[in-house]
Design a protein around this ligand. Structure first.
Ligand code: NAP
Ligand code: MG
Length: 397
């Protein structure tokens, strides 16, 4: 390797898997070069969370990062770890600095059949990672109050005002959300670029019939960016761009055989990516990559730190935690690093490791979450613990 990968270590069971994956599947084959950032909760606390910001800035510098799942602290974690503060979500911090789009794709192995029997090809979800309810302002209204949207100039002089609701008849709730032109344009470009790279059609759904200004602006921006910058390239590549209402997209996705990039606004992407991951089998079989508008990449697994398994591991018990999504985070990052550095051997190794991982499952050796899903004639699934599974993979590289 010439350029280092930005390595972001994490928490709990995934931190354990992280070390084993490196020891068993990567270091024996690659002269690994990483710039290491420990995003484990204790070290985030010790550095007042500066390490998270530093790791994101390093990603801007080098271009490719691989991240382990991390704990987003809540009140219970503050107590469990004796934290100085309830630190923010590391993923939120990294997304804010990289300002990008999250792409989530299922990892498919022969024998693991999706719950939706028609889905033959992977469905990739592109989630806008900025704005809407994730940066909203909310309030409660008492009976007799009125809520408005008020727009002022930079000096605070009121320009426009529209009534949201008159709470004359009783109390209620209000919410204010926003997005920016710049972020939506970058989102559109990221999606079209990804679709071209992977030769996938793009389906985008929002609710512009109801949200005639807000969602409509998303629709118009996507249309403008497509017509101006991507239409010709899409036609050359033989792929299409479809905009329709979000409910229509849901119906079409269910009827389809998969294979599209499903572009989602922030909340839709949050919800739909869990649905799609589960429908393809297991949360342990979904990768996630954050791509910034100027082509920086951060690879990770879509699942969390698998706390329940970690507590068992800590008490000396064996666990059969699925490491596949974390392995694919590593292979995604190594392959991208190889591609950017013109290091063909590195990319080839990454592909070989992916192939060996899938082959292990296809030959019937897997972690417990996959056993009930596995159906292949003549092959009886064998449940392995995490370490045995990693060893079975290394035998097949
Ligand atoms: P989780 O870690 O994804 O685990 C939820 C359940 O899903 C597990 O208990 C397990 O079910 C199953 N599961 C998930 N990944 C699996 C795998 N690789 N192999 C086998 N089973 C798997 O979600 P959580 O328990 O809600 O969150 C735990 C911690 O992770 C939280 O502190 C949260 O803040 C953090 N988190 C981090 C990220 C991230 O860094 N990207 C994302 C989400 C959550 P069974 O117990 O039934 O086996
Ligand atoms: Mg979610």
């Amino acid at each position: 390797m010439t350029t280092p990968l930005v390595e972001m270590d994490g928490d709990e069971m995934t931190r354990v898997l992280w070390r084993w994956i490196k020891e068993i599947l990567i270091e024996p084959y690659v002269e690994l070069k990483t710039e290491y950032y420990d995003l484990g909760l204790e070290h985030r606390d010790a550095t007042d969370d500066k390490v998270t910001e530093d790791s994101a800035l390093a990603t801007l510098k080098y271009g490719v990062a691989v991240k382990c799942a991390t704990i987003t602290p809540n009140a219970q974690r503050v107590e469990e770890y004796g934290l100085k503060r309830m630190w923010k979500s590391p993923n939120g911090t990294i997304r804010r600095i990289l300002d990008g789009t999250v792409f989530r794709a299922p990892i498919r192995a022969e024998g693991i059949t999706p719950y939706v029997s028609g889905w033959k090809k992977p469905i990739v979800i592109a989630r806008h990672a900025y704005g809407d309810i994730y940066n909203s302002v909310e309030d409660k209204a008492r009976q007799g109050e009125r809520a408005y949207i008020v727009v002022t100039d930079a000096d605070g002089r009121e320009l426009r005002r529209s009534l949201i609701h008159d709470f004359n008849d009783g109390c209620g709730i209000v919410q204010g959300v926003h997005n920016t032109e710049q972020s939506v344009i970058a989102f559109a470009r990221c999606c079209f670029k990804y679709a071209l790279e992977h030769k996938m059609p793009v389906w985008f759904g929002a609710k512009d019939t109801i949200s005639k200004v807000y969602d409509h602006r998303f629709k118009d921006i996507f249309n403008e960016v497509y017509e101006r910058e991507y239409k010709a390239q899409f036609e050359d590549a033989g792929i299409c761009y479809l905009y329709t209402l979000i409910d229509d997209v849901v119906a079409r996705v269910m009827r389809s055989d998969g294979g599209m990039l499903w572009v989602c606004k922030n909340y839709d992407g949050d919800v739909m990516s869990d649905m799609v991951a589960t429908a393809y089998g297991s949360l342990g079989m979904m990768t996630s990559v954050l791509v910034s508008a100027d082509g920086k990449y951060e690879y990770e697994a879509a699942h969390g730190t698998v706390t329940r398994h970690y507590y068992r591991h800590r008490e000396g018990g064996e666990t059969s935690t699925n490491p596949v999504a974390t392995i694919f985070a590593w292979t995604g990052a190594l392959a991208k690093r190889g591609e950017l550095d013109g290091n063909g051997e590195l990319t080839l190794f990454a592909k070989r490791l992916e192939r060996a991982t899938l082959k292990t499952i296809e030959e019937g050796y897997m972690t417990g979450d996959l056993v009930p899903l596995f159906k292949k004639e003549g092959v009886t699934p064998v449940k392995l613990n995490s370490k045995e599974f990693l060893q079975a993979i290394t035998e097949r590289i």
